[in-house]
Design a protein around this ligand. Structure first.
Ligand code: ACO
Ligand code: ZN
Length: 226
């Protein structure tokens, strides 16, 4: 009898179920062969990319109970630069960025958040800039659209034409899907502000986000107003 019940439950899960992989975070339908194949393809590459074995020299710029933030500079040892690139590639593919090269690779600083399980769960790329254009609040006419509708259709934000001075541009910020909403992005940005320019603490106004995604915009708005 119990077996029968179990069968029914299993069938239901299979028919309707989408699974979130607890290691790589991919959401897929386990019983769909193509989905399964894509997950297998993605899973190991992802795990290898974010796995952190520990380095002989680590530039630790912040430490927390649940992890630490390392800073990687362009002329650091090859193993460090390679890891930063691997993680950036993961972030880029999730962000839908095509080009993997940075606009000014020799000046970019990469911040990696390493958790206590030795995985890189956060990545932030910061570059020196001189000016930025403020993203303007959306006109009221759009307010009746649902947020998702609106975000989907307006990836290009309305920007002011008046440049404002800025010091540090955030060209990428990414947190592993299973580690979001725990303040990792916030702590990476706080760390950038205290370590990007030697001996100087940057204000929130001196930081600019380049071409934010909907997630990025919600986060940036929250961060800059608090
Ligand atoms: N929806 C609503 N509010 C949000 C969201 C969201 N998806 N993400 C962050 N916030 C707000 C919340 O108010 C949050 O505080 P709370 O959790 O106490 O409510 C606050 O921002 C701080 O959030 P954090 O926990 O510090 O942010 P997190 O570590 O989750 O990282 C990030 C945010 C980087 C945007 C993450 O969602 C992500 O990696 N998304 C996919 C990649 C992406 O879109 N990156 C931005 C690209 S733009 C650029 O790179 C310039
Ligand atoms: Zn997986």
């Amino acid at each position: 009898k119990q077996d029968d019940d179990q069968l029914i439950i299993d069938a239901g899960q299979k028919r309707f179920g989408v699974t979130t992989c607890g290691s790589c975070g991919m959401i897929y339908s386990a019983e769909n062969p193509e989905d399964n194949f894509q997950h297998t393809q993605f899973h190991q590459r992802f795990i290898d990319s974010i796995k952190f074995v520990g380095w002989k020299k680590e530039r630790v710029v912040s430490e927390f109970w649940d992890g630490k933030i390392l800073l990687v500079m362009p002329d650091d040892p090859k193993y460090a630069v390679k890891k930063a690139e691997d993680v950036r590639r993961v972030a880029d593919s999730e962000l839908g960025f095509q080009q993997v090269t940075l606009s000014r690779p020799l000046q970019a600083k990469t911040y990696l958040f390493i958790n206590t399980e030795r995985m890189v769960v956060g990545c932030l790329v910061a570059e020196p800039i001189r000016q930025a254009f403020r993203v303007l609040d959306q006109p009221d006419g759009h307010k009746d659209m649902t947020k998702d509708d609106f975000m989907e259709r307006h990836r290009a934000w309305c920007c002011s034409t008046v440049p404002e001075p800025a010091v540090c541009g955030i060209s990428r910020i990414w947190v592993f899907s299973l580690a979001r909403r725990r303040g990792i992005a916030t702590r990476m940005l706080d760390t950038v502000r205290s370590s990007f320019t030697y001996g100087c603490h940057l204000t929130k106004q001196e930081i600019a986000f380049s071409d934010p995604t909907p997630d990025g915009k919600v986060f940036a708005t929250k961060y800059c107003n608090t």
